[in-house]
Every structure is written in structure tokens, then in C-alpha cells.
Design a protein around this ligand. Structure first.
Ligand code: CNA
Length: 286
């Protein structure tokens, strides 16, 4: 992979990302044992942690999501070195598309442009009525969350609870997700970072690359979600275990891109020697 990045073999890179790339910013993911959001929902007495983000449950008991949302002010978090690595790929005209499951908008804070970004599970930018889908005022939604009051739709006879434009279980993905399939089909390298690949249809994306396209999973844990299919297609799939910030610093160093990387990094992330995670060296194998 390093050789391919250095010598320009890869020019249409698709980067799939999940909650793991924002963990070092201080935003917990869903499924990490102990620290993940799913492991810390006891006070809500849910049958399944997924209920918190399920549309039928929200329509019935919106107060539970509102209470949860009150604890999170996602505006206060900064993009991580991994976000800036994706930005570097964009600046080097190597990025075809960053397709993310994240709803935290940290991509914008790393200046990843909308043309290169698909927020497959929506984002915290707009608000809609969960019942009739009328667009409602996002700032008013945020004020209601802060005040612990349910914001209700003002369309005649509706009164449905208003939710942010993030995709809940049971809702359709935005059209942009299906449009981004073209980038997946045409990509020459797929980097998958910080995701358990547990949510469908996002976790199906690696199935749609062309035959022989290298797929690299940079994650704390392996996921076998795509392996059988990849081997059938002859795709080369490499798993690099460890924290993605450590692994991308190793990749940057192996590519000799440190100077360019330092330029895109904000002050707080600059000047940090690359720390090779336990498996980061594996990124160099190919
Ligand atoms: P997940 O199921 O919680 O999986 C996260 C994965 O990242 C796990 O495999 C972890 O082992 C791994 N991981 C955690 N920290 C790191 C790290 N520092 N370096 C490398 N790997 C790490 O989350 P997914 O994204 O797979 O699931 C999709 C859900 C999560 C989407 O619907 C998101 O909207 C939702 N989510 C998003 C955010 C966010 O926007 N930041 C936060 C929490 C959940």
C-alpha cells in the first residue's frame, strides 16, 4: 500500500469511516466495550441499546433521545489527525470520496469539502419532524434539547416530535449514499477506518469495489464482514490493528509526507512524533 501511495498508483481512494475515528476527539463510539455509548445507557432502561436510535421508539418516547442528546454538545469537539489525513488525501487529489457513518461534522472542521464527502447517516445540521418530515428550525431544536423540552412539529394537525437529520434505525439513507456507490465502483484503493462494519447497508460497500481492489481496514478490532466475498473476488484485504491516529501517522511517515501533513494539522496536533501502534508496521507490508 505504501508504495502505491508514494508512486501515485492510487488516484481514486475511497475512505469509509465510522465512530472510531472520532474517539480520540472525545466522542464515544457505539460498540467499544465499556466506553461505547451502548455500554452506558443503563439509566434509560432500554430493552436494546439500539432503541435509542430507532425511529419507532423515538415516535413513541422522544423524551429518551432528548435526554440523551442533552449530554452531548458535539459543537465542542475538534477534528482528529485521522480526519486531517483524509483532508491531506483530498489536497493531494488522491481522494475520490469519504463516505462516513459519523454525524459529528468533524469532516468540515478538517476542511474536507462537501464534493468529497458523503454523510451516509445524516448529520447534525438540520432538523425534521419525525412524523410528517417537515423541515423545522435546527437552532430551535437545539434550544429545546438544552431546556429538556420536546420540540413539536407546527404543521396543521401533526405535532410529531422533531429530530435531527441523522438516520435512525428504520429510516432510509440519504440519496447521496446511493450516488456515492459510483465512487466505490471506480475506486482503486479502499481505506476503512474506525468502524465495526456492523450497520447495513453501509457495511455492504466493500462488496462493490472492482475485482482486485485493495481494501485496508485500520481499526482496533478486526471484522470479518467482507472477507469471504473479498477472497472470492481476489481482492487483497489487509487488517492493520491499533488506533487509527497512530496508524495514519505511521503511513504519513512511511510515505515521506510529514511536512505536508504538518501543514494541514492544527497547532494542537502538530509536532507529535509518529507513534507506531502495535500493528501499524503491517501497513508497510505491501
Ligand atoms: P461502532 O459500532 O461503535 O464501531 C466503532 C469501531 O471503531 C469499533 O470496531 C472499535 O473497535 C473501533 N475503534 C474505536 N476507537 C478506535 C480508534 N481510536 N482507532 C481505531 N479504531 C477504533 O461504530 P460504527 O461507526 O461502526 O457504527 C455506525 C454508527 C455509529 C453510525 O450510525 C454512527 O452514526 C454512529 N456513531 C457516530 C458517532 C460520531 O458521529 N462520532 C459516534 C457514535 C456513534
Amino acid at each position: 500500500m505504501i508504495q502505491g501511495l508514494k508512486n501515485g498508483t492510487y488516484k481514486k481512494i475511497v475512505v469509509l469511516t465510522g465512530a472510531g475515528i472520532s474517539v480520540s476527539a472525545g466522542i464515544p463510539d457505539f460498540r467499544s466495550p465499556g466506553s461505547g455509548i451502548y455500554a452506558n445507557l443503563q439509566k434509560y432502561n432500554l430493552k436494546r441499546p439500539e432503541d435509542l436510535f430507532t425511529i419507532s421508539y423515538f415516535l413513541e418516547k422522544p423524551e429518551v433521545f432528548y435526554e440523551f442528546a442533552k449530554e452531548f454538545d458535539l459543537d465542542s469537539f475538534d477534528a482528529t489527525p485521522t480526519h486531517f489525513f483524509i483532508r491531506l488525501l483530498q489536497d493531494k487529489s488522491l481522494l475520490s470520496m469519504n463516505i462516513t457513518q459519523n454525524i459529528d461534522n468533524l469532516e468540515a472542521k478538517a476542511s474536507i469539502q462537501d464534493d468529497f464527502l458523503c454523510q451516509a447517516h445524516g448529520s447534525l445540521r438540520n432538523a425534521f419532524c419525525a412524523k410528517c418530515k417537515k423541515e423545522m428550525d435546527f437552532l430551535t431544536f437545539k434550544e429545546h434539547v438544552k431546556a429538556g423540552a420536546i420540540y413539536r412539529c407546527n404543521a396543521a394537525g401533526c405535532g410529531g416530535p422533531v429530530k435531527p437529520e441523522i438516520v435512525f434505525f428504520g429510516e432510509s439513507l440519504p440519496k447521496s449514499f446511493f450516488k456515492s456507490m459510483k465512487a466505490v465502483e471506480e475506486c482503486d484503493l479502499m481505506l476503512v477506518m474506525g468502524t465495526a462494519l456492523a450497520v447495513s447497508p453501509f457495511n455492504q460497500l466493500p462488496f462493490f469495489t472492482s475485482q482486485g481492489v485493495h481494501q485496508i481496514l485500520i481499526n482496533r478490532e478486526n471484522t470479518n464482514a467482507t472477507s469471504a466475498h473479498d477472497f472470492e473476488k481476489g481482492n487483497y484485504r489487509l487488517f492493520v490493528p491499533g488506533n487509527c491516529d497512530d496508524t495514519i501517522r505511521k503511513i504519513v511517515s512511511d510515505c515521506g509526507w510529514e511536512e505536508e501533513f504538518e501543514k494541514v494539522l492544527p497547532e494542537k496536533h502538530r509536532g507529535k512524533a509518529q507513534k507506531a501502534g502495535a500493528g501499524a508496521a503491517a501497513a508497510k507490508e505491501d
